[in-house]
Structure formats: structure tokens, C-alpha cells
Design a protein around this ligand. Structure first.
Ligand code: FES
Length: 168
């Protein structure tokens, strides 16, 4: 019989109780894993619902007054990657992007040719292919005059290379 005033002796009182039990550890690990999974799901959901907007420069641009381009000249507009070609018959807007794999071509004054530095395609001033792996001539873009007399190029509108140039 035990004395009711004496506390009962626990049978395993000799061993020290661990600071973290196995159950606590598993609970913490499960909570952490669920937290990481929840955070990952939140990121994926945010990306899913945020709009996929691609900011590109406008496709049409003013290329300035025609006087900027002397007769028989090919002028490269770096920002637009377009050549403004001023031939005796008028103005053309010719793409500077090679039709082979998309490298940016360069106009060579000494040969009066547009050349691709990547694989050697060569084009005439009006974009007609001379040689190389490019499958097509350089595209021509719509070129018109604004009401106040600027050249206006619209890269969203390709025109047939044989189409009459803009006469100013
Ligand atoms: S990208 Fe121009 S020739 Fe290949």
C-alpha cells in the first residue's frame, strides 16, 4: 500500500527525457514540407494568373524626312533593324534580318551589297538574294509619307519586293 502523501515513483525515472521526441520531429518535418509545397503552389498559381505580356516596340515608326537619305544610298536604322534604301526610282524599306537564320546583315559600301556576317549570304541593295544559304530575298516593308512629310515604315506590313517604291 502506498502512502497517499508520498508521490508515486515512476518506473522509468532514471532515463533523461529527450528534448525533442520522435513525434515532435515528424510533426515539424511534415509542417515544413507542407509549407514548402504550399509556397511552391502559390508561386505557380501567381505565374498562371499573371498576364503573359510581351513588350515590343511598335511595328510602325517614323524614319524622318526623305531629305535625310541621299539618292543612291542605303541607310541602316539600328534600332529598327531596317534599311531605308533611296534609289532613283524611289524609297524602299528593307529588312536587315537575314532570311536564313535571322542574323543582322550589314551594308557594305565598297561592294554596294548587303552581306550577312553569319553564313555569307549576300543581297543586292533592294534585298534581292545574290548568293549564300538564305532561302529568300530580304523582305520589304510598307513605306509611306505622313501628313507632315515624314517617312513612315510599317514592319507589320510586308510588301512584294517588286512593288513600286515610294516616290517623293
Ligand atoms: S543567318 Fe544569314 S546567312 Fe545564315
Amino acid at each position: 500500500m502506498s502512502d497517499p502523501k508520498t508521490p508515486a515513483v515512476e518506473p522509468h525515472s532514471g532515463a533523461a527525457k529527450p528534448a525533442i521526441t520522435r513525434r515532435d520531429f515528424l510533426n515539424e518535418a511534415t509542417s515544413g514540407a507542407l509549407g514548402i509545397a504550399g509556397l511552391g503552389s502559390a508561386v505557380v498559381l501567381y505565374q498562371f494568373f499573371s498576364p503573359n505580356v510581351l513588350f515590343e516596340p511598335p511595328s510602325s515608326f517614323r524614319a524622318g524626312k526623305p531629305d535625310l537619305y541621299p539618292a543612291n544610298s542605303v541607310s541602316f536604322l539600328l534600332e529598327q533593324q531596317v534599311y531605308i534604301v533611296h534609289m532613283p526610282q524611289g524609297f524602299y524599306a528593307v529588312s536587315a534580318v537575314c532570311t536564313h537564320l535571322g542574323c543582322i546583315t550589314q551594308y557594305k559600301q565598297e561592294t554596294s551589297q548587303i552581306e550577312c556576317p553569319c553564313h555569307g549570304s549576300k543581297f543586292k541593295q533592294d534585298g534581292t538574294k545574290i548568293e549564300g544559304p538564305a532561302p529568300r530575298p530580304l523582305p520589304h516593308f510598307s513605306i509611306t509619307l505622313t501628313a507632315d512629310g515624314d517617312l513612315l515604315v510599317d514592319k507589320s506590313q510586308e510588301v512584294a519586293p517588286g512593288q513600286a517604291p515610294l516616290k517623293v
